[in-house]
Design a protein. Structure first.
Length: 509
């Protein structure tokens, strides 16, 4: 990955056998699986092992050239402290504007743009989930066919709302997350809530009338449509369900009257994420996404990258790229929260790398972090979005989320994304009902095996069949087609939708 690296990964499908000789004369001393590291030179015990020109570990013992370098042979370096970091030192890097690109989207009253036209039914508490889901299935079968311009009906199910310390210091995070998801651009500003009645998270607390700013208007008493299941007017289960259907139809009628219109690419709000990562993530898919991220920023769009628990080891890269010292300090704030969280739980950051990550060649979180950060491209980081907050502004933003696929996706939804890009090396059927998810495979083997789950094969980069730039442009054009509704992603076709997971952090003292 860099001329100073003293390890490289095997790109061949199935790996390479012992005795394989490379053009430069290096001979493998043992079989090395695909994606795993090979020592390019003799590495004495204690030597720094470098990939991406970053020390990802130190050799636990002598490692001869041609040996398989895996996690058991590496001692992970300590985490970079959060003191004396480079703060907005890289300087504003001007990217040439990219003009003339558009997509067909749904313009909302608040000025935001949706890529889909969906009725979302918010729930104040887990207790109503079964009733709401039953009602949603009836809406889809009985009502939705009458409204061809509405793409879908989704229930915003979650496990929050009651039986919890609703007034705890960090309770604001899951509450504002659910609030802001309900205001996602793909829902057209239609607010419909199903409440039980006795829960701690009352509808007025979730959506305080007159306090939620939608850029140029406010939510009013009349805008919040609540069906309360404990109301005395409901006699029996079907009475509750019928009430939900009656209210839903009013929203469907308004949504069905909407039409797509041509809007500039600057109206895209793209969340980028990776899961089931492997050693190819930082070689193929994530660099291609990073190149595409730069294209989006050049086009005036908004891009969010995330995963605090994953990029912590690259904090110096992030703070240096901040546009201002204030943005850099906000990045430090989010990383400091994570450090305190680990200390409180008496665990260390090594827990992040999963068994699948290691099987795919990632030895530890330092190596994983380097491959993860490249999704963000090269643009300056102009905003930091705290968990559950909405993104306000264009350009590249760091949305602070855990690395958990589902919590990250949930928080990016709350931030306002209208299109999602998800890279994977090991493979995952991850998807969201609320927003289109474009899946990018890091390896051609995965793209072939999961041919009806992966939308883009970035593995061609490792094979020399395509460049990072070519795959990045391919992804950019696919985004415009998907955002316009001209193409559906595989996750949309199969309706692979994971549940939302609200981030409810324990308070840190």
């Amino acid at each position: 990955m860099h001329p100073e690296d003293n390890v490289a990964i095997v790109a061949n499908d199935g790996g390479l056998p012992e005795g394989t000789v490379f053009d430069d004369g290096l001979r493998l001393r043992e079989k090395v699986p695909q994606g795993h590291k090979v020592a390019l030179v003799d590495l004495p015990a204690g030597a720094a092992v470098k990939r991406y020109n970053v020390t990802i570990g130190h050799a636990e013992r002598d490692i001869p050239a041609g040996s398989w370098v895996h996690e058991r042979l590496l001692r992970m370096p300590p985490a970079r402290t959060l003191d004396d970091l480079p703060m907005a030192t890289r300087g504003a890097q001007e990217l040439a504007p990219l003009e003339g690109y558009t997509f067909e989207g749904y313009r909302n009253r608040d000025g935001s743009v949706g890529t889909r036209n969906i009725l979302a039914i918010t729930q104040t508490v887990q207790c109503v989930a079964g009733v709401t889901e039953f009602a949603v299935q009836r809406i889809k079968s009985e009502l939705l066919p009458r409204y061809p311009n509405v793409d879908d009906v989704v229930a915003l199910e979650h496990g929050y709302g009651c039986g919890v310390a609703i007034d705890a210091p960090d309770a604001v995070i899951p509450i504002r997350t659910l609030r802001h998801i309900s205001l996602n651009p793909n829902f057209g500003g239609e607010l419909m809530v199903v409440s039980l009645g006795c829960e701690k998270l009352q509808p007025e607390r979730l959506m305080p009338p007159g306090t939620i700013e939608l850029r140029d208007e406010r939510v009013t008493e009349n805008a919040l449509d609540v069906v309360c299941l404990q109301d005395e007017q409901h006699v029996g289960f079907m009475s509750m369900v019928d009430a939900i259907l009656r209210q839903a139809e009013q929203h469907l009628q308004r949504l069905d009257a909407r039409r797509r219109e041509t809007v500039p690419a600057s109206e895209l709000v793209v969340g980028v994420q990776c899961g089931g990562s492997d050693a190819f993530s930082g070689v193929t898919a994530n660099p291609a996404v990073g190149f595409c991220s730069d294209l989006l920023v050049r086009a005036g769009a908004s891009v969010m990258f995330s995963e605090t628990t994953e990029v912590r080891d690259g904090v110096a890269q992030l703070t240096a790229r901040a546009t201002t010292p204030e943005v850099a300090q906000a990045i430090v704030r989010e990383m400091a929260w994570y450090d305190a969280y680990l200390q409180r739980g008496a665990v260390d950051r090594s827990a992040n790398t999963s068994p699948g990550n290691k099987k795919g060649g990632l030895s530890n979180i330092v190596e994983k972090a380097m491959g993860s950060i490249v999704k963000s491209g090269s643009a300056p980081i102009s905003h930091v979005v705290a968990p559950g907050e909405r993104l306000r502004g264009k350009g590249l933003a760091y949305a602070a989320t855990p690395a958990s696929d589902f919590i990250c996706g949930t928080l990016q939804l709350a931030a306002g994304m209208n299109l999602h890009v998800f890279t994977t090396g090991r493979g995952t059927p991850y998807g969201l009902a609320e927003v289109p998810v474009i899946k990018v495979a890091t390896r051609s083997d995965l793209a072939r095996r999961w041919h009806d789950l992966m939308d883009v094969n970035a593995g061609r980069i490792a094979e020399g069949a395509a460049t990072i730039e070519e795959v990045g442009w391919e992804l950019f054009h696919l985004m415009l087609d998907v955002a316009s509704g001209r193409k559906k992603t595989w996750a949309e076709r199969w309706k692979l939708h994971n549940a939302l997971v609200l981030f409810n952090p324990a308070p840190v003292t």
